[in-house]
Design a protein around this ligand. Structure first.
Ligand code: GDP
Ligand code: MG
Length: 370
């Protein structure tokens, strides 16, 4: 169905109508300012013009509010978001635990170090780094598939006594496909059997060339167990972040990605969300996947209630009506009716997709019988 006029679409993007018409022409669609186009075409042209389309309802392609790119003046530096990847037993969990202990903000007060899927470390310098925990591995793949990747940097953990293994290679492939820079943490360097040079040599075969070998990939010899060079690894992450010039507008309508979600006995549905843009506040109406709700509380990675969460901060969001899926986007909307409209649309789409799938199944069934 035709859903929006070219003129309205141009307005929402703050683009000139003529530019939208031209862009449509390049796509082989001949339409004037007053003519209407369908949502798929609208989505394409929005992308074409460098905006991010957010398809919220069949009858609507929301661009003006949520998808509009921020202007440079509103952007401020934000912490890098880091995912740790690597072969099993090479020390991902140990490294995340060790890095978490470098946080100067301190966790002794209250002492509740709950395990949420993402946490933020504040360094002595005041800089912050956000880490996505190992379950985030799955979310990482999910996010990549959705084109809403929140990971800025991948820390590739390779055990110095074991070298490059199948999952190491898989992680390299994932990071490269997502266009995310890799920092190599050569772990277990406390072991006498550690051969960090061999690791660097092996990485070379997978087109990962570290600085010492003439490439531009940062590498750090660490030990999660002995706490060696963790500060060096953090420095490397911040250096990489600086190159990436990571920025976000904290004052816009917020959105983020669900890193993990669960049904908590006492607290109801709890979604760990990594805020991407804007600031999520208690009282906001949010939509996450096909669930919505009013934010009842925001809980940080130390188990402390906070009034709001700025870009790159992981928080637990309480108040959703149900449990969303990891990898789904969470957006703040302006009214409950809007939230309902969006979730109902998504629920219907999901049902349609499922019935299409089962339809295909029965067709296959039919052919089998023939
Ligand atoms: P993951 O599967 O990648 O999360 O690996 P883990 O963090 O669970 O570590 C696997 C094993 O390696 C555990 O027995 C750790 O104690 C050990 N390990 C992790 N880091 C180091 C390290 O720096 N040095 C040594 N010697 N052992 C480590
Ligand atoms: Mg682990």
């Amino acid at each position: 169905p035709e859903v929006i006029t070219v003129g309205d679409l141009a307005n929402r993007m703050a683009e000139r109508g003529a530019d939208v018409v031209k862009s449509l022409m390049r796509m082989g669609v001949m339409a004037t300012i007053t003519q209407t186009i369908d949502a798929d075409t609208a989505e394409l042209v929005v992308q074409e013009l460098g905006h991010r389309p957010v398809r919220v309802a069949e009858s609507d392609v929301e661009i003006g509010v949520m998808g509009n790119e921020d202007v440079a003046e509103d952007l401020v530096s934000r912490p890098p978001v880091v995912t740790v990847m690597g072969h099993v037993d090479h020390g991902k969990t140990s490294l995340l635990d060790a890095l978490r202990k470098t946080d100067v903000a301190g966790r002794e007060a209250g002492g509740i170090t709950q395990h949420i899927g993402a946490y933020q470390v504040q360094l002595k310098s005041g800089s912050k780094i956000t880490f996505i925990d190992t379950p985030g591995h799955a979310a990482f793949t999910e996010m990549r598939a959705r084109g809403a990747n929140v990971t800025d940097v991948v820390v590739l953990v390779v055990a110095a006594d074991d070298g490059v293994m199948p999952q190491t290679i898989e992680a390299i492939r994932h990071a490269k496909a997502a266009g995310v820079p890799i920092i190599v943490a050569i772990n277990k360097c406390d072991l006498p059997s550690a051969k960090p040079d061999r690791v660097r040599q092996e990485l070379l075969q997978h087109e990962l060339v570290v600085e010492g070998m003439g490439g531009d990939v940062l590498d750090v010899e660490v030990s999660a167990k002995a706490g060696i060079n963790l500060d060096k690894l953090e420095e490397a992450i911040l250096l990489q972040a600086e190159i990436l010039e990571l920025k976000a507008n904290p004052r816009r309508t917020a959105d983020g990605v669900v890193v993990e979600a669960k049904l908590d006995k006492g607290r109801g549905p709890v979604a760990t969300v990594l805020v991407k843009r804007g600031t999520v506040k208690v009282g906001d109406i949010v939509v996450a996947g096909s669930e919505w709700g009013r934010v009842r509380a925001l809980v940080n990675d130390r188990g402390i209630n906070v009034p709001d969460a700025p870009p790159a901060m992981p928080v637990e969001v309480l108040g959703l009506g149900g449990v969303p899926l990891a990898g789904e986007e969470m957006v703040v909307v302006d009214s409950e009716s809007r939230a309902r409209e969006i979730t109902e649309y998504r629920a219907r789409k999901k049902r349609e997709a499922e019935s299409a799938k089962s339809g295909r199944g029965s067709l296959e069934q039919m052919f089998k019988q023939i």
